[in-house]
Design a protein around this ligand. Sequence first.
Ligand SMILES: [Fe+2]
Length: 357
Amino acid sequence: MKTLDISNDTTEFEVSAQFSSNGQISESCTREICRLVDTAGFAVVNDLLDSSEADHGLAMMRQHLEDPNREKGDFASQTDMRYGRRDFCPLPSNPDVLSYAATLAQRLQPAIQEYCGVTRKVLEISTMTSYRGASHQYIHRDPDGVLCLFAAVDDVTSEQGGTVFVPGTHKFSGADMMFDGRADFLSRLYQAACNYSILGHNLRTLWSMRKKGTDTLRPGEWKDRVFSTRYDNHQPNIFRFLLGKNSVFSFSPRTLWQIRQHRKTLARYFRTVQTAPRKGTVILYRSDMLHAGPDNRTDRPRYFFGMSIARDIVFEQQWREGYSSHSTLLENPQNFGDLLSYPTESFKPGMEQNHAA
Ligand SMILES: [Fe+2]
């Protein structure tokens, strides 16, 4: 992106998965993951799944994506979903999916339990696939109080849209006192500065797709992504943006002036990093930190297996509006403790090879 400075070096946020003899991550690994989640808001855990486990997850997700009757997610971007740029869909609570989710939960239990008690609800289990031409999401926060997990079941390059994070912007008691007591004001300003860049990036990308002709833009897509007033917070729909109907990002001359006025302070306190997780990597992050799912600039789909677990009680309406749960998960809710006792196929306590401590 021309104006938004994004680093692709995530080394300081990465930790190699090390396992105890019971198959769970080791104590030192747990401490490092929690240190990163607490200080930066996220941790990139390399090699949590081996290659065959990642392949199994990818096959399971692809099989589901081929089902024409699958339930679709209603999370961002809805326009991308309609035009086949993204395929975000909740996964059904069948034994294969629950076993996979349970494998991740059991392996990461020592770290997850630092944030989520055993009675906390599993809010969603989903696939997040993006294809060439997907929009770059605006930088946003998901609803507070949730621990989210992305598992890379295939190698993900930054060009494919590895998630971007703004380290240190998560919420916790006293977080507002950070950055000389101006954390809320400055992080909002930084978010807006990033999103002006992303708006420009999305418009330039769409314009270049339009110039290439109908092979790249589908009928009606240009109008729907640039001029529609239909609800979607992650498209460059300029009417919604100018009218202040986009809850993530709206036009304000005052904000533009403040970004200019505080640009050196913003550069000192904030930065954006983009992950490029290898197959088998799992990213854990606090839902309330600034982050975004970028566009996919390749012909290779980007696949993520996703799971979100509440860190506290969640108001039912917030759950339904903020997360896309499969109807089978709503009918038969699971909590973190249920996943810890669920039988798994690939999770074998005491396994050795590269998973030994
Ligand atoms: Fe998000």
